[in-house]
Write a protein that binds this ligand. Sequence first.
Ligand SMILES: Nc1ncnc2c1ncn2[C@@H]1O[C@H](COP(=O)(O)OP(=O)(O)OP(=O)(O)O)[C@@H](O)[C@H]1O
Length: 912
Amino acid sequence: MHIRGVVVDVPESKTVTTSYGESELLEVTVRPDRGAGEATTVTLWEDWTETAEYLEPGMELAVYDATEREYQGETQYTTGKETMVVVEPDFLVDVTDIRSWVQCPRLYYLNKLDGADVSEPLVKGTIVHEVFGDLLRGADLEAAVDRRVEESGLDLGLLGADAGSMRETVKQHASAIEGWLQQGRLTDADNWRSEQLLVSERYGLKGRADAVRRGAPVELKTGKNTRRDPRFHDKVQAGCYALLLGEQADEGDGSVTHSPDTGTLLYTKNAAVDDDEESGDLSPAKEFSISTGFLQFILRARNHLAAVEATGDVPTGYEADAKCEYCFEQDTCMAVSGRLDQESKAGQVGTPLPEDERAYFERFYRAIEEERRAVHREYAKLWEQSPNERADDDRALVDLEPTGRRQLDDGRWELRARGTGAVSKIRTGDVVLASDGDPIGGGAELARVERLGSADNDEIVVTTDEPVDLRRLDVYPSELSADRLLTSLHDALLLQPPEWKAPLFERRGPTFDRPDETFVDNNEAQNEAVRTAVGAEDFALVHGPPGTGKTYTLARIVAELLDRDQRVLVSAFTNRAVDNALEALEDEGITDIVRYGTESGVREDMQAYRLDQSGEPDDCAGELQDASVVAATTASCGSRALKTQAFDVAVVDEAGQLTEPGTLAAIARADRFVLVGDHQQLPPVVQAESSETQSALGSANGGQLRADLQESLFERLIETYPRAGVLLDRQYRMSQRIQAFASAEFYDGQLRPATAEVAGQSLADLDGVAVDSLPARLRDAVSFIDPGGTQVGNTNPEEAETVTDLVSTYLDAGVDPADIGVIAPFRAHVAEIRKKLTDGVTVDTVDRFQGSSKQVIVVSFVTTGALDGPIFEDYRRINVALTRAKKALVLVGDADSLSQDDRYRRMVEWAE
Ligand SMILES: Nc1ncnc2c1ncn2[C@@H]1O[C@H](COP(=O)(O)OP(=O)(O)OP(=O)(O)O)[C@@H](O)[C@H]1O
C-alpha cells in the first residue's frame, strides 16, 4: 500500500515497549491528494523516526509498501520491513549530490557554490570515463584513448599538462578496465550498457550510471582502493543507482525488492599500483551486496538533503559525521563560512562580508534554487503529462516513425525518424531525451539533435550513446543553468575585491574619466556612449531602443578598448546575439577573436573564430590565452575553461534580458564592464512560476524571488545611476509613422529617426514593388485589420486566414518573401500560419523576433475575449513586436478585445 500527502503535524518521536522489546516510533499526520484529502496517521518505526529531525509541516511525504490498518474508523499506515519513505519526492536529488552529502553535507553545499575548476584528477577522470564507455561499445583501447585525450586538448593545455603522459596514465587505467572486461565476463548474458540516464518519480532521484551489467550498477572510480570492500560513499552512489534501476525494472507494484542486490565498483588506479610497494587487495573490481536496509539508509540521506533544500537552510556539516581534519575542502569551507557568516563544523576564518552583501547572496541563492525547482517540475511533467499534452505544450515531438539507424565510427549511434511536421521548443544542436515513446519507464537516451524536419524533408536525425527506437523527443530539463548562476554569484561576491563591488552595492557611484575625443561623428549619443564606456572606471550603461545602433556602438566601444590594449570579453545571453556582435566587430576590422562555444551553437560564418577544444594542449590553451577578444554566451562564461581567464573589460549585449546573477557570470571575469541593452524590451526569462505552483514552503515569498530575477542588473543600475547611462536616441530602422507609438509609450517621446531617409522610407523604395497594386488600407505604413474571428485554443483560424491573405497580397505586389515577417503570440498559431505560407517568410513568436527586423511585419494578436495570452503578460512584448518593421506594419486582431486595455486601445487608434 502506498500513501502520499502533505505533512500536517510532526510530533516528537516516542519509545514504546512491544513484544520485541523497546522500539521508537513517530506518528506523522498527513493529508493525501496534495493536502486536499482526509488527514490520516502514518507511523514511522525505528530508523525512520530520524525523519523527525528534518520533516516539517507543509512538506510532502510518500510512503511505499506501508501496512494499512483500520483503527477506530480511521485508515492508518505503518512502516514495515520493506517500506520506503520519501520526503519531498518532487525534488529530484542528483546521485552525485547524495554521495557528497554522505561524505559531508557541507561538501555538497560548497560543490554547488563554486562548481568544478579545471584540475588534473577531474580531467583524467572525465577521459577515463569516456574511454570506459567506448570500450563497452566495442572500441579499440589505443584508438579510444588517443581520441579522448585529443578531445581534451583545451583542458589539458589550461592545466599545463602534457598529452603524452596523460595518454600513458589513461592507458593504464583503461587496461584495468579492459582486463576486467576480458575475464570471461563480457558475454551476451552480461547484457552490458554504458552511461544510462535514470530518473525516479518514486524516490525523487536522478543520475547517470556509468554502466549497467545484468541490471546491476557498475561505477568507475579513477582512484585506488587496496581494501577488499569499496569505499562507503562509493557504495552509496552505486546503491542510489540500484534504487533507480529497481524502479525501472518494476512493473508497477512499487516494491523495493526489484532493486538489484549487488553493485560493482571498479577502482582503475589499482592496476597502476606497484604490488611490491603496496599490499592489500589490488584487484580493481570490488563487488558488494546491497541490502534493503542499505537502500533505506540511502533514502534517509536523500530525504535529509531534500528537506534542507525545501527549507532553504544551509548545511553546517553537523548533519552527518563529517571529519574535518582529513577534508581537502577544509580551508574553503572555513573561508566560505567566515565570509558568509555561516555556521560550520570546520569553523570560520576571515571577516564576514558586509550585511547587505550577505543579504544579497541569500536572496539570489534562494531565487536560483527556486529556478532549480522549476526545472524539477519540468521533469515531473515527463510522467505527469500525456504525450499529447507534452506536444501541445511544445515540449515534445511525438508519433515519430523510426526510419533507420547506424553505428558511427566512434561507436555512438545515429538514429533517424520521420516527423509529423509539428513544431516544438526543440532546436538543432539541443540535447534532448530520445525515447521509444515513454521517456521514463521505457527506453530513453540522451540525444543530440543533428537535424530537425523541415517543410521539404521531414526526417529527424539524432545521435546517442546507445540505440533506441526513435518515437519521441522531449525537451531535456537541465540544471546546468542553475548551477552556473550559483557559481557566478559565488565568484562575484566572494572572489571580487570590495572596491569592485562598491558601486553594485551602492556604497559609491561609478566614476568616469571620459576621453576628449570624437569616436562617432554622425551620432552624438553614440559618440557619448563610446566616450562613457572607454572612460568608465567601474562600468557604463548603453541604453539602446530598437534600431538605434546598439550593436554598432558596442563594436565601436570594443575597437577603442583594443586600441588601448585592453583585453575584452564580449558576451550575451544567446549565441545568436554573440554572433551578431562578432559580425559588427568584423565590420570594424577586428579579427583577433576567439569564439568559445559548441559547433552547433556557433553560426556558420563565425566558425572560423571558434576555439577548437581538441588538439595539442599548448596550441588550444595558447589560442584562448592570447586572444584579445573572447566571445561567449553568459552561460559559457561560467564554464571551467573561461573561469581560468581574466579580462580588463566585459562588454555584454542584450543585457536587459539577463538576470542579475546571469550578468554576474560575465562581469565577474573582468575589472570593468559595459552593459548594452534596453529594459523596455524583453525582460529576463524566469522559469519559476507564480507562487501558487511553488513548493508549500517556498511559496511565502515565491513571487518576490521571481521578481528578483526578472529585474536585470542593467535595469537596476540604470535606475540607480542614470548618469552612468547614455540613451541612444536616434533609430535607423523604422519610418516616422511606425516609430511614433513606441517612442511615445516606451521612450518618453525621445526616440527620433536618425535621418530624413529613415523617417520617410516606404515600400515604394523597394525594387520591384508596385505599391499601387496594394489595397488602399495597406498603403499606409501602419494599418489595423479586424478579421472578426474567434480564438480556438491557442489559435484563431479566421485570423490565420487573414494573415496568409495579407502576406500573399504583399508577395503579389512584389515584396520579397525574405522581407516579410509574421509575429504571433502562440506556437500553435505560428504553426497554423506556417503551414499555409510559402517558404521564406519568417513566422515566429515575439521572443524569437527580438533583435531582428523586416521591411514588412504582420502582428497577429489571436485573442478574442480576455487579454491573457503571453503577448499581453508584459507591455514590453508589444514594444518588441511593434518595432520590428521598417516600412510597413499591419496589426491583425479583435479591436474590441484589445480596447479593454488603455494602452492597447491607444495602439488600435494609432494603427487605424
Ligand atoms: N552612426 C551610424 N551611422 C550610420 N548607420 C548606423 C549608425 N549606427 C547604426 N547604424 C546602422 O543602423 C542599423 C541598426 O544598427 P544595429 O543593428 O547596431 O541596431 P541595434 O540597436 O543593435 O538593433 P536592435 O534593436 O535590433 O538590437 C544598422 O544597419 C547600422 O549599420
